[in-house]
Design a protein around this ligand. Sequence first.
Ligand code: F6P
Length: 496
Amino acid sequence: MVTNKEKLQKLIRDKLKGYQVIVASNREPYLHYMREGKIGYLRPAGGASNTLDSILKACGGTWIAYGSGPADRKVVDEEGKVRLPPEDPRYTLKRIWLNKEEADGYYYGFSNQALWPLCHIVYTRPIFRHSDWQYYQKVNRMFAEAVLKEVGKGKAFVWIQDYHLALLAKYIKEQRKDIVCTQFWHIPWPNPEAFRICPMKKEILEGLLANDMLAFHVRYYGENFISTVEKEIEARIDKEKTSIFSRGHETMIRAFAISVDFQKISQEIDSEATQERARRFKEEFSLSEGVKIILGLDRVDYTKGIPERLRAINRFLEKYPEYKERFVFIQMGALSRVHIQQYRDLNDEINELVEQINWRHSTESWSPIIFVRRTLSFAETLAFYRLGDVCIVSSLHDGMNIVAKEYLSAKNNLDGALLLSRFTGAARELTDAVLINPYHIEDFADKIKLALSMPKEERVERMKRLRQVIAENDIYKWAGKFVNETAKTLKSLRRG
Ligand code: F6P
């Protein structure tokens, strides 16, 4: 069983021997920027990104991604390549350059105004612009060309990450059927009724079915996918194997719940550096001793249920005014996709709500909500979790939600409570969390009270059980399952 980084690395070396490993994702693992004349880099937060980085560090290979960092062009060679990680190079990042129209059409347009709202049921209407679709196809082809060039004549295994690249496997297989393609669809897959409105549904399904394996976080999304295929295209479903035959090709459908590096978080949370950062946060936000801290940590995205969370805090204070000055809700919101109108509207709505709620409930020395628009580094995120007596994850719909799992991993003193939306993939595993329906503000407010007033023994008991779930299903186990299933696919391809 894969239980740590070393075991995962060994598994990859054993199982994928002889295969060049290629990762393809929209987001790159390292972004370069320039500050005071010097080049620096930052790592976008995210479980998948860190794990794929570990995989490539173990076996070498190439990561192909959109080069979106402001100084990305300054560090690459003439082919757009840079060796990573910068301090100990083990693999190559090949950057794909997109001009403004391509980025607008492929990323802001089709990926994030069509597919994102289509797959998340949050009542935000998807927009299917023909020109966005054309750019989406074009950029997927650019990725395919980069993969094929990289592979040359050799054997390769390509790990395609997420919804930005739904056509990539198809474009690769058109040229080279023998290249093994697996895709992890990181967001929910909706029910067939929701998906059927998509004008490009056939092309998207055919694109995804060019993969040898297609994986989702939870079985339910896989079942939705299979039902969608049954309704929309000609295909044969093998229920025994959970696979789909279409156009002479078989695709395994699998579910692997992404997780976090439980051990690493559990250890680093107590480090001197984390404690120091937590102290600094307390100072910066004037968080007094004895005042309970409720946390929120999200990209500012309309799927995350941030306005619902603020309304629930408001309702909580209306119903239970005795809690005034006894807690503070601090929300870190990383700005995201702000070229898209709905994201700008959401930011305005949040500003207004924070202002109104604080105005309404503040006392001379206290305001209930602190809203900070900031992207935290991983180290800062840990310090932030350290402070949280309660963490709220109130997504309206979420493929998994990593914050919930990170927060629990960070609470090795067993003192904390998680309010978790039933509409996250994580809620299927984390049944001992205080589960909420973020649309039900009345109940949400009561659950905040429950979390704040829960007896210590109950908090500890729940926390123990929740942490056990993550300890047993951490990020290495996730990647191990993915690699093992890929290896089975390689075997059956060899036989075929
Ligand atoms: O989970 C969906 C996802 O789009 C990931 O692919 C991505 O890493 C994350 O959300 C952040 O989104 P973006 O890359 O658009 O900033």
